[in-house]
Design a binder for this molecule. Structure first.
Ligand code: DGL
Length: 274
C-alpha cells in the first residue's frame, strides 16, 4: 500500500546531505525530512554514550515528524548507535555501515580493502566486522582490511578545500598505510569524504575503487521501501538544523550537490538539556 509519509534522515550536521542527495536520486518520488544536529557536531570526536544519546534524541524528533523510516546518514552515529535505535524506533531504521560493507566486498578483486573514517568510527571496529560478516555470506575468504582515521578530512571538506595542496599533502600522509597495504578498494566511511574523492583517488591511484557509502545506502533504502513507496506527485523536502538555518544553508549546497529547495527551520535540542 502506498505510504506518502516522508523518509527521515539525520546526521551530525551537513555531511549527511551527501547521503540525502543519493536518496533523492534513487527514490525521486519520496518526500524527505532532514535533520542536521549542527549545534552538537562533530560526532566523530565524541564518546559512544554521547553519540547514542544525541542519536536517540534525533530519532525522537524525526518520529515527531511522522516519518515512515529513519536513515542514520552519519557513519559515526551508525557505528555507535544503530543497535540502540533499532531497538527503540517505531519505524524501520537504515544505517550506512552494512551497505558500505556490501559494496566493498562486491568491488574488491584482491580482497585487500581499506577503510577511512572519523576516529570514532574506526575505533568501534564496526566497519571491519561488517565487511568480514558480508564476505563470509558471499563465500569470500582471505580478506585483509586496513583502517585509518582521517579526522582532518572533515574540516577540509567543510572549508571547501576539496582540491588544494594542503588537502593533497594531508591525503598523502593519511593514505600512505593504505597504499602500502596494496588495497584495491577504499571505503569512504564518512559523510564528508566524497567531496574529497578527486584528491583521494589521485593519491590512491586509478586502479583503486572508492566506495561511496551514501550511494550504497540509497540502494538499500529503495529496496526497503518496496511496498510502502509514496504515490502521487506532491514530493516535499524539509530541512531542520539545531543551529542557525542560515549557517546551515551557507555550507550545505556543495554537500547536497544542488541548491536548497526550501527554507531550513530551526529545531532546538536545548529541551533535552533542561
Ligand atoms: N557525519 C560524520 C560521519 O559520517 C562526520 C562529521 C562528524 O564527525 O560529525 O562520521
Amino acid at each position: 500500500m502506498a505510504d506518502n509519509r516522508p523518509i527521515g534522515v539525520f546526521d551530525s550536521g551537513i555531511g549527511g546531505l551527501t547521503v540525502l542527495r543519493e536518496i533523492w536520486d534513487t527514490c525521486p518520488n519520496e518526500s524527505t525530512v532532514y535533520f542536521g544536529d549542527n549545534s552538537r557536531a562533530p560526532y566523530g570526536t565524541k564518546s559512544r554514550s554521547t553519540v547514542i544519546k544525541y542519536s536517540l534524541q534525533n530519532m525522537k524528533f524525526l518520529e515527531s515528524k511522522d516519518v515512515k523510516m529513519i536513515v542514520i546518514a552519519c557513519n559515526t552515529a551508525s557505528a555507535y548507535a544503530f543497535e540502540e535505535l533499532k531497538k527503540r524506533s517505531k519505524v524501520p531504521v537504515i544505517e550506512v555501515v552494512t551497505p558500505g560493507a556490501d559494496a566493498a566486498c562486491r568491488a574488491t578483486r584482491s580482497g585487500r580493502i581499506g577503510i577511512i573514517a572519523t576516529g570514532a568510527t574506526i575505533s568501534t571496529g564496526v566497519y571491519s566486522e561488517a565487511i568480514l560478516r558480508r564476505a563470509k555470506e558471499l563465500g569470500m575468504d582471505g580478506l585483509s582490511i586496513t583502517s585509518k582515521a582521517c579526522p582532518l578530512f572533515v574540516s577540509l571538506a567543510e572549508e571547501g578545500w576539496w582540491d588544494t595542496e594542503v588537502t593533497r599533502l594531508t591525503a598523502e600522509q593519511y593514505l600512505a598505510p593504505l597504499k602500502e597495504a596494496g588495497v584495491d578498494t577504499l571505503v569512504m566511511a564518512c559523510t564528508h569524504y566524497p567531496l574529497l574523492s578527486k584528491v583521494i583517488s589521485e593519491v590512491m591511484g586509478d586502479d583503486v575503487t572508492l566506495v561511496n557509502t551514501g550511494k550504497a545506502t540509497a540502494a538499500v533504502v529503495k529496496e526497503a521501501i518496496k511496498g510502502i513507496e509514496a504515490a502521487g506527485s506532491d514530493v516535499t523536502k524539509e530541512f531542520y538544523t539545531s543551529d542557525e538555518p542560515k549557517m546551515f544553508e551557507d555550507v550545505a549546497s556543495p554537500f547536497l550537490g544542488r541548491g536548497l529547495p526550501s527554507g531550513t527551520k530551526h529545531y532546538s535540542t536545548d529541551i533535552y538539556e533542561a
